[in-house]
Ligand binder design. Structure first.
Ligand SMILES: Cc1cc2nc3c(=O)[nH]c(=O)nc-3n(C[C@H](O)[C@H](O)[C@H](O)COP(=O)(O)OP(=O)(O)OC[C@H]3O[C@@H](n4cnc5c(N)ncnc54)[C@H](O)[C@@H]3O)c2cc1C
Length: 469
């Protein structure tokens, strides 16, 4: 076991396990000192949530001590990681040993705890499922102030299984033990074009069956829909060699490259962060895709967290809303969602989305649970292949329509197609509908067991009522 805090990790003072234990004891004391009845939130430097409403005043819990990788063990291919560690730091620490987490969400500042409690996904998800499926143990500060270890089959097994999709409403993960897999220096990409959604979804089903496409091994699979007649699946294979390597952190832009040559090579690190530089395609409104502005925009700020901070400022001061109104344009609704649809209904969803919402591009990422049991608060069916569709932008509201018009339609359609919606952004469900979709009875049991005093907000309040946190 190598204590690596420092090897590839940006920490200047390697914390180690002893320091971690001291930090846990300190956090328990800080938590106990918050007056009962006061709302609690994580005081974190970064966030990837898209819920910006104000919400009630809350006490911030300083969790900066939990942002480090504690250990990487190349022999057992596992790591012990602080719950607030960003995937950027985590990937650097494991890549130094020729390993990576089984799923690395695309945005550098997503944290391991955030991805487990908030359901991350990426192009290894067809092979490896979701980030929480490679967690073997979690140390959790529960809502009622205990620190417990949750693992499959242990005393707190119900918490272990109910933690994914609880969004910090049952407790906070302070450290997690995760499995890792070996990598090669490069990823060899091939972009396959489809001119109908049906052909594209049939190819996803075929890849899920065969583990390859046209002879190209599918270690990584995701896709981009620019329109119903222009859709791409990008299939990536681990590779020891690269005849050339592209770099999309400079002038060229990754999502645009998908429409270009059908073959590409990236270093494994550049592959993991291929979407971060331009926040998928969402850097466009900041002008960064204009070659002149791009050259002037410092490279270190071409990152998703920079753009998200700018959006948060915009929402806070309502800059674009005011500008929009001044120009006489209709109000816009944020339509920022990730939804999972069974692959058999994927083409139907794409056609419906194109007709009713009409936003592009759309990100497509196939996934399948790694294990043969479901996870109670986000009940995907074992064995079923889903496609995650991600769309992030604004749409003009029709005359007389109120905010929520499009998001509500999407929620209804996702339910009608047997799908699920992630909860990192806005939601408009009624309470009854919400609990029917996200397993109210099991959640209630966990809430009673681990946060009986209700110190942490309920999942419904956080995601729908307060629309914040
Ligand atoms: C435009 C956009 C695109 C996205 N695309 C993807 C994507 O492609 N793939 C993907 O995987 N995800 C994606 N996400 C979603 C992202 O993974 C989730 O929002 C995730 O929860 C963010 O994690 P974070 O670490 O930034 O947590 P935060 O934003 O800080 O917190 C998210 C929630 O988790 C809780 N939380 C955070 N840390 C912990 C912890 N240690 N223990 C318990 N609760 C905790 C917080 O209380 C909060 O409720 C996207 C989000 C946006 C806005």
């Amino acid at each position: 076991m190598t204590d690596i805090a420092g090897a590839g990790n940006r920490s200047t003072s390697p914390p180690g396990l002893a320091a971690h234990r001291a930090a846990v004891a300190r956090l328990e004391r800080d938590y106990a000192a918050i007056p009962p009845g006061q709302r609690v939130r994580l005081a974190k430097r970064t966030s990837n949530l898209f819920r910006f409403a104000g919400g009630a005043p809350s006490a911030g819990l300083d969790v900066s001590a939990f942002g480090h990788v504690l250990r990487v063990d190349p022999a057992s291919r596992t790591a012990v990681v602080g719950g607030m560690t960003t995937y950027e730091d985590l990937a650097d620490a494991t890549l130094a040993h020729g390993l990576m987490p089984l799923v690395v969400p695309q945005l550098k500042t997503i944290t391991l705890g955030g991805a487990v409690t908030g359901l991350g996904i990426e192009s290894t998800s067809l092979r490896n499922g979701m980030p929480h499926e490679s967690v073997t143990e979690m140390e959790i500060l529960t809502g009622d102030g205990r620190v417990v270890t949750a693992a499959e089959g242990g005393e707190h097994a119900a918490l272990y299984r109910g933690f994914p999709n609880s969004y910090g409403t049952l407790g906070y993960a302070l450290s997690l033990t995760i499995e890792l897999e070996p990598v090669t220096p490069y990823v060899h990409l091939r972009h396959f074009r489809f001119d109908t959604p049906d052909a594209c979804m049939a190819a996803v089903a075929q890849i899920a069956r065969d583990g390859s496409y046209h002879g190209h091994r599918a270690d990584f699979v995701d896709g981009t829909a620019f329109g119903l007649d222009e859709m791409y699946l990008t299939v990536g294979a681990f590779s020891e060699v690269a005849p050339w390597r592209s770099d999309y952190t400079r002038e060229r832009i990754y999502y645009q490259s998908i429409r270009g040559p059908q073959e590409d090579f990236l270093t494994i690190r550049d592959y993991l962060w291929r979407w971060d530089t331009d926040w998928f395609w969402c850097s466009r409104p900041f002008g960064v895709q204009n070659p002149v502005i791009r050259r002037a925009w410092p490279r270190r700020y071409r990152r998703s967290d920079t753009y998200r901070r700018l959006v948060a400022l915009d929402r806070r001061y309502r800059l674009s809303a005011v500008l929009n109104a001044r120009r006489g344009r209709p109000p816009q609704e944020d339509v920022i969602q990730d939804v999972e649809i069974p692959v058999e209904r994927g083409a139907e969803f794409l056609r419906w989305f194109s007709g009713q919402v009409g936003m592009s591009p759309v990100w497509m990422c196939p996934l399948r649970l790694r294990g043969d049991r479901t996870w109670p608060l986000y009940p995907l069916r074992p064995g079923q292949v889903y496609v995650n569709f991600g769309f992030w932008g604004t749409v003009a509201l029709p005359p007389g329509a109120a905010n929520g018009y499009y998001n509500r339609k999407i929620e209804d359609q996702v339910t009608a197609l047997g799908g699920h919606k992630g909860l990192y952004s806005t939601s408009f469900y009624s309470e009854e509908e919400f609990w029917a979709l996200y397993n109210g009875p099991d959640y209630d049991k966990l809430k009673r067991e681990y946060d009986s005093g209700g110190r942490l907000a309920s999942l419904y309040d956080k995601c729908v009522t307060f629309n914040n946190g």
